[in-house]
Each structure stands twice: as structure tokens, then as C-alpha cells.
Design a protein around this ligand. Structure first.
Ligand code: OAD
Length: 251
């Protein structure tokens, strides 16, 4: 592992542009559950078809609203971990580094990460289901009647919904387009804590690879990314990322 960390630090040092793609694993050490871990993963306890699709919301808006409200509250209580803070250090050393995340929490931002692209939305935000004032019509949660679940949009009365991407929905176009462009021009793509199962985010490392990027994966398990990764640092990101920063500082 020590040698792989030194080699990765060298690649990072030499890189002109670095893009970081994160998934649920980077927040795990903060206490946020992943989706697909066998025991504690959200999708091993809940059925995504009941909770994370537009049809689920149409069938039972209160159930879906309450589930996201519970996750929003949980995400607000946890703190960034050593992995998130190490990414802030990486951005100080490599200021062009952009974080592309599938996570809906704001732990990257709270750790001081700059330029974070959210591919799957942000759980702290809510918007009008009909996007009545344009896409997205974000509404300040503090101004709505929390007793109503879901609360109505103050502009049009339609339901409010979490500003997250549900299964079968498109990702925010500008976020996805920028992520693709960044992967095309990156020398190193650091893929951290994702199973690499959910498309189109899972295609981003492949796009980088095609354009000559070195793919470095940080994940204690094998994933769909592992087979295309040049290096797999097989350990939790909260442990590996600080070691990587230490190695970068050392030279
Ligand atoms: P998954 O739950 O599919 O995968 C989490 C990955 O994190 C797994 O490969 C774990 O091995 C790894 N992992 C666990 N602990 C880790 C740690 N301490 N350090 C580093 N890695 C660790 O989560 P995602 O790949 O993020 O979509 O899932 C992608 C999307 O599927 C999510 O954004 C969500 C979900 O349905 C939406 O909500 C739209």
C-alpha cells in the first residue's frame, strides 16, 4: 500500500488537471449509510421503487417526503471526515481540481472543498414538483409550513419535493456536461467510494480513460471501476486520502 500511495502521489504531482469522482463511500466514515453495502446499505433495507422514483412520489407523497426529511435531518447532524478534509488540502496543492459527486449531502462543501458538482442533486434543498418558476424552482425550506407533508409550493400550490435525482429522471444537464468535459481533459481521475453501478456517473472514468487519464480508485472493496483502474488503493478513503496528502507534502 505504501508504494502505491507514493506512486499515486507522484502521478498527482505531475498531473496538470485532476478530477475527483465521489460516491457514498466517501461519506461512510461520517456515518452516512451507503446504498449497496450488504448489511447497512439503504437499498438493502428499503425498496428504491417505493421511495426514489416519480411514481413512488405520485403514489405516496407523504411516505417519500418523510423518508427524505429523515435523511435530510441525519445528513445535517453528521460531520465531514478526514477524507473530505484531505480533498480540501488536495485542492490547495492542485487548485484546478474539481469534485464531481453523486452524493446529495453537503459534506464536501462543509469540509471546505471548492467547486463541487452535484450530479444527483442536494438533499438540503427542496423544489416545486412542477418547477413552476423554471427549472429548478428551489424553495427555502425554512419558509414553508413544516406541518404539511409534503408542503405546498408557495408559488403554485403543487407539492414540494426533494431536489434530488430519482430513478428514471435525467441528471441536471449542465452538471453532467461539465463533468464529461472535465474527464476528457483530466490527467488523473480519482474515483472514491462508488460501486460504479449507476449510469451515467459510472461512465465518467471510462470517458477519462479514453482520453488518456490515469484512473486511481480508492475503495476498500472491488467495484465496477476496479477493472479499468490503473491503481486500486484498497482501503477506506478517510484513511488513504490523508496518507496521500502527506506523501504529496513530503516531496
Ligand atoms: P454505493 O452504495 O452503490 O457504493 C458505495 C461504495 O463505497 C461501495 O463500492 C463500497 O465498497 C464503497 N465504500 C464503503 N465504505 C467506504 C469507505 N470508507 N471509503 C471508500 N469507499 C467505501 O454508492 P454509490 O456508488 O454512490 O443515486 O451509488 C450511486 C448512486 O446510487 C447514488 O448516488 C444513489 C444510488 O441509488 C441516487 O440517489 C440518484
Amino acid at each position: 500500500m505504501e508504494q502505491a500511495i507514493q506512486e499515486t502521489a507522484k502521478r498527482l504531482r505531475e498531473a496538470k488537471r485532476v478530477t475527483v469522482l465521489t460516491g457514498a463511500g466517501v461519506s461512510k466514515e461520517s456515518g452516512v449509510p451507503t446504498f449497496r453495502d450488504a448489511l447497512e446499505g439503504l437499498w438493502s433495507q428499503y425498496n428504491p421503487e417505493d421511495l426514489a422514483t416519480p411514481q413512488a412520489f405520485q403514489r405516496n407523497p407523504k411516505l417519500v417526503w418523510d423518508w427524505y426529511a429523515m435523511r435530510r435531518e441525519m445528513a445535517g447532524k453528521v460531520s465531514p471526515n478526514a477524507g473530505h478534509y484531505a480533498l480540501t488540502e488536495l485542492q490547495k496543492l492542485k487548485p484546478d481540481t474539481v469534485i464531481v459527486t453523486q452524493n446529495v449531502d453537503d459534506l464536501h462543501e462543509r469540509a471546505g472543498n471548492q467547486d463541487v458538482i452535484h450530479l444527483h442533486g442536494q438533499i438540503a434543498r427542496v423544489r416545486c414538483y412542477d418547477n413552476c418558476q423554471g427549472s429548478p424552482t428551489i424553495v427555502d425550506l425554512a419558509t414553508v409550513d413544516a406541518m404539511q407533508t409534503p408542503p405546498p409550493c408557495p408559488h403554485c400550490g403543487a407539492y414540494l419535493r426533494p431536489d434530488v435525482v430519482w430513478f428514471s429522471e435525467s441528471l441536471p444537464m449542465d452538471a453532467l456536461a461539465r463533468a464529461y468535459e472535465l474527464c476528457k481533459i483530466s490527467d488523473v481521475i480519482l474515483v472514491i467510494g462508488t460501486s460504479g453501478i449507476v449510469s451515467p456517473a459510472s461512465e465518467l472514468p471510462q470517458v477519462g480513460l479514453k482520453h488518456g487519464a490515469t484512473i486511481i480508485e480508492i475503495n476498500p472493496q472491488y467495484s465496477m471501476i476496479t477493472r479499468i483502474a490503473h491503481t486500486h488503493l484498497e482501503a477506506p478513503s478517510g484513511q488513504v486520502l490523508p496518507l496521500l496528502i502527506e506523501a504529496l507534502h513530503a516531496e
